[in-house]
Design a protein around this ligand. Structure first.
Ligand code: GLU
Length: 444
């Protein structure tokens, strides 16, 4: 049986780190198993879904390297859901209810005040045909609930181990709203059967739904797939990330200059036993992924970790990869310059400022003009790879400065900054002419 998984985002907003982690784990699992990854746009809610959000989801996934093997829109499959609903109705598993939201709310409050669980009491099952007709005549439209078996539904969860949900303690879920809208529960099961999905991988907030959905799989005669419910993301401080997810969109992170491999390495490895290091490629992440590495504890999303991985990705980026992106930034720096600058990058675009250290203009920072003059006097004629050590030895001899007191002023004068790339590599690249000017205090 070949593995087939799906990612089913609703195009009602932008992708954020929470749903991308779900997409990524699905993708990694599929690729690691030589299986297929399905993108299924959950756009049954026609009023809230937009083509712009749908396009945004695709752009983000492609940018992250999470390319799909098959793609569907649920909005094109209403006939399949109608057909499934008709079968469930015929089997007595889908029944019409006429309560308004207010009526349901009042009933829940009464139950709670009596210390009872706020479970739907199935009053609608007692309605006679005449009573239903009377509601319809009043202009009420029914919503439709799935009649749960009310039993312990058990499965072996790839992430959680043995899992059980007691559907007797749940309200019969509404599958179709009074306005005819299919909520995600039924379309999801119908599609999982039609598309031969083998594994449903999603967040642990779906565990209860899974109890109901396994019953729907059974009622529709399809085999239920395997399930994996991942621990949810938490923030740096351990608190749930759910409320902050809106501000953690992938589009925004792209604008902020994060590398896709840093995002996928972070989201693919938090909450697992793998070290939190950047992977050479998203494919490599897939090859090394296994649910056995995923713990039960929540996955900690930490921007500081992401920043570290982002820098790691840039420090390891070879010139061939960097070159077209450098060209986009208007730079044609060669390989030597790239290799000199990349260890100091936090974000790719930093390279523009760093390159200015070499090609100027730099405003030299000179604290001691006598020191600068002495350094100029002993500047080697040829600035090759050894020039920095020859020169600094000579400056040390001439001025008596050593250690930080020797290197820091030279860095300040030559680069105008206190930190930066390796001086030995910079010196030949800056070139004698500019160095002479900078030592003389000129902007060059
Ligand atoms: N559109 C649903 C969601 O994002 C899909 C859930 C599922 O993966 O089954 O919650």
């Amino acid at each position: 049986m070949s593995v087939k998984v799906r990612f089913a985002p609703s195009p009602t907003g932008k992708l954020h780190v929470g749903n991308v982690r779900t997409a990524l784990v699905n993708w990694m699992f599929a690729k690691g198993q030589g299986g297929a990854f399905v993108l299924r746009i959950d756009d049954t809610d026609l009023a809230r879904s937009t083509p712009e959000f749908e396009q945004g989801i695709e752009d983000d996934l492609v940018w992250l390297g999470l390319v799909w093997d098959e793609r569907y829109n649920q909005s094109k499959r209403f006939d399949r859901y109608e057909e499934a609903a008709a079968r469930l109705k015929a089997a007595g598993r889908l029944y019409p209810c006429y309560e308004t939201a207010d009526e349901l709310d009042r009933r829940r409050k009464v139950q709670l005040s009596r210390g009872l669980p706020p479970v739907y009491d199935r009053a609608a099952l007692q309605l006679t045909e005449a009573e239903k007709a009377a509601y319809e005549a009043e202009g009420r439209r029914p919503h439709w609930r799935f009649k749960l078996d009310g039993k312990r539904v058990a499965w072996e969860d790839l992430s959680r181990g043995h899992a059980e949900v007691d559907t007797a303690s749940m309200s019969d879920p509404v599958l179709i709203r009074e306005d005819g809208l299919f909520l995600y529960t039924l379309p999801s099961v119908v599609d999982d059967i039609d598309m031969a999905i083998t594994h449903v991988i999603r967040g642990e907030d779906h565990v209860t739904n899974t109890g109901a959905q396994i019953e729907i799989f059974e009622a529709l005669g399809g085999p239920a797939p395997d399930f994996a419910h991942m621990p949810l993301l938490v923030g740096e401080d351990g608190s749930a990330l759910s409320k902050r997810l809106g501000s953690l969109s992938i589009a925004e992170m792209r604008d902020q200059g994060y590398e896709p491999i840093a995002i996928t390495s972070h989201l693919g490895r938090i909450g697992t036993s793998d070290p939190l290091e950047v992977a050479p490629s998203v494919e490599a992440l897939g090859e090394s992924f296994s649910f056995s590495k995923m713990g039960r504890s929540p996955a900690r999303y930490d921007t500081a970790d992401l920043d570290r991985l982002n820098a790691q990705a840039l420090h390891a980026m070879d010139y061939a990869t960097a070159r077209p992106r450098l060209a986009d930034l208007g730079s044609d720096m060669g390989e030597t310059v790239w290799n000199t600058l990349r260890p100091n990058l936090q974000k790719f675009a930093d390279v523009v400022d760093l390159e200015r250290i070499i090609s100027g203009p730099v405003n030299p920072v000179i604290e001691d003009p006598a020191f600068a003059a002495a350094a100029l006097e002993v500047l080697p004629a040829t600035l090759d790879a050894d020039a920095w050590s020859i020169w600094t030895n000579a400056v040390k001899e001439r001025t008596g400065a050593k250690g930080k007191a020797l290197f820091m002023p030279l860095r300040h004068i030559l680069t105008g900054q206190a930190h930066g790339p390796d001086m030995a590599s910079l010196v030949p690249l800056i070139g004698r002419e500019r160095i002479v000017k900078r030592l003389a205090g000129e902007t060059a």
